[in-house]
Design a binder for this molecule. Sequence first.
Ligand code: LLP
Length: 422
Amino acid sequence: MHYFQYKNGQLHAEDIAVADLVYEYGTPLYIYSATTLKRHYKAFDSAFEGIDHLTCYSVKANSNLSFLKILAQEGAGTDIVSGGELFRALRAGVDPKKIVYSGVGKKVVEIQEALFADILMFNVESVQELERINEVAAGLDKVARVSLRINPDVDPKTHPYVSTGLKENKFGLSRPDALKAYALAKSLPNVEPIGMDCHIGSQLTQLSPFMEALDKLKEFHGQLLEMGIKIKYMDLGGGLGITYNEETPPHPEELGKALVESLKDLDVTLILEPGRVIAGNTGILVTEVQYTKTNEDKTFVIVDAAMNDLVRPSLYGSYHRIASVREGNGEEMTADVVGPICESGDFLAKNRTFPKVGQGDLLAAFSAGAYGFVMSSQYNSRARAAEIMVEGDKHVVVRKREVYNDLVALEEDGLACIGRLK
Ligand code: LLP
């Protein structure tokens, strides 16, 4: 459930007409609904009420400071994967004791920063990383709390680019390797194994892969107990899918019920790292039609948003619902919605039927709150879009539209230095 609905023939973001926001801020424009964000967080978190748990929002889905601030105020922790995400989470006021740090490539300086911040734990993905964390912690005279990420070899039944829990994926350690790594962790003086972790993929639309992974983790938990290792945290990662088109993913409540039931006899705190299910339907990307053209085969609607603004359709062939901001009069068209970038892969939708639009009309791409702006770039020297947050009848700019100077701001020194190459 989200708060982007039609009223009086006009798409609204909560109580504000999208067209009014466009009048003020232009296009392309990301618009987020704060009420939807809070609602999604609460719906997710309350689904696990039956068990000790911590919801660590996955910052990569949408890392805008305003998002993180709202979620921190709601009591969320965060799942981070870089020094930059740690910086954002701390800046937004997230409690460091609720931060878990995932990712296969943590650098020394990033480990140091996280140790200084005293985060809850590192989700460790290799033996070398474990040894590095031990060394870095020793250098700072600290003990790092760690979880080992287990690759359970479970098929998440999703797009291959966002599957992470198969043995062909780069993530985590196989169970036999993880057992050895726990034994090593136990012997190292500056790491303390307090958890186990896995994340099998993203946009999961079935419950069974989660349960399969959990069964494997529970069995592993038993093996750890036999080795005298008692862990406090069981981190199941994120991955719950949303409806972009016709998918019917389980509701968080369904996942909650199943996990709580399965974990009730284990003395662990459950950690979850949801990203998309919290952020996905909190945002839309609004774009203006520049031109339309029709050849013998098809019609193109050329808009001012492109793959640099929303790359998911180009990268994964993802579906985003496209709708006209002004409700149609029943007349429809079938077209490719394409951007101005000089690549045929630059499209928001292909062969899509929607209310007929023409030059100057506005279109909205739905479900753009997760993996939307965060994956944007300046390709083709396109300044990034503005981001607006709406709550009720109020709105605020949460990231200004970039201007041409932003495109070259970091290059100006380069310009001055070019003479030195001679
Ligand atoms: N935890 C870890 C360790 C992850 O790698 C991810 C996502 C999450 C949590 C959050 O997963 P979620 O709940 O959002 O599914 N750019 C892709 C998605 C990449 C997801 C990467 N990892 C897309 O646009 O579909």
